[in-house]
Design a protein around this ligand. Structure first.
Ligand SMILES: Nc1c(C(=O)O)ncn1[C@@H]1O[C@H](COP(=O)(O)O)[C@@H](O)[C@H]1O
Length: 160
């Protein structure tokens, strides 16, 4: 059982999603990683999404580039929160994926983060915030990360 499931549309998305994995590891948040596609393996996506809650998954992070239907299709098969990460893997540099993921019809949301690596990292932090509402150790881990981030910036600010 893993609290966070990371799903991406292609193995070629991994360089981006390594950012999510690193951030989750830093927060001590357990995760499982899958490659599957709403276009290429729709049956797998259905099987994964319909079984996720029962297996103990709390949040799904779904990433795709181009015609990025994967996050929305996962959201259609589960009522778990789905965080969508648009990836800049085509000539349109992620603008295509952003619009495909963010423009969900009312009633079936996908919480969409920024395009690319920053979004991939933020997906992990958002997952920690959501799961931290019921398991405070993850809220604490995220708070500690924020404090560390601020301390690093403060260290570099001198002269006034
Ligand atoms: N957008 C989707 C979906 C989907 O939405 O189901 N499946 C694959 N893809 C995306 O196609 C891009 C190119 O994939 P390949 O490198 O495998 O050709 C990837 O960024 C993937 O996320």
């Amino acid at each position: 059982m893993a609290r966070v499931a990371i799903v991406m549309g292609s193995q070629s998305d991994m360089p981006y999603m390594e950012e999510t994995i690193k951030a989750l590891d830093g927060l001590g948040l357990d995760h499982e990683v899958h490659v599957m596609s709403a276009h290429r393996t729709p049956d797998l996506v259905q099987r994964f999404a319909t079984g996720a809650a029962e297996r103990g998954v709390k949040v799904v992070i779904a990433a795709a580039g181009g015609a990025a239907h994967l996050p929305g299709v996962i959201a259609s098969w589960t009522t778990l929160p789905v965080i969508g990460v648009p990836l800049p893997t085509t000539d349109l540099k992620g603008f295509d994926a952003l619009l495909a993921i963010v423009q969900m019809p009312a009633g079936v949301p996908v919480a969409t983060v920024a395009v690319g690596k920053a979004g991939a990292r933020n997906a992990a932090f958002l997952a920690a915030q959501i799961i931290g509402l019921s398991e405070p150790q993850f809220a604490d881990a995220y708070r500690a990360y924020r404090e560390e981030q601020a301390a690093k910036i403060r260290e570099g600010v001198t002269g006034f």
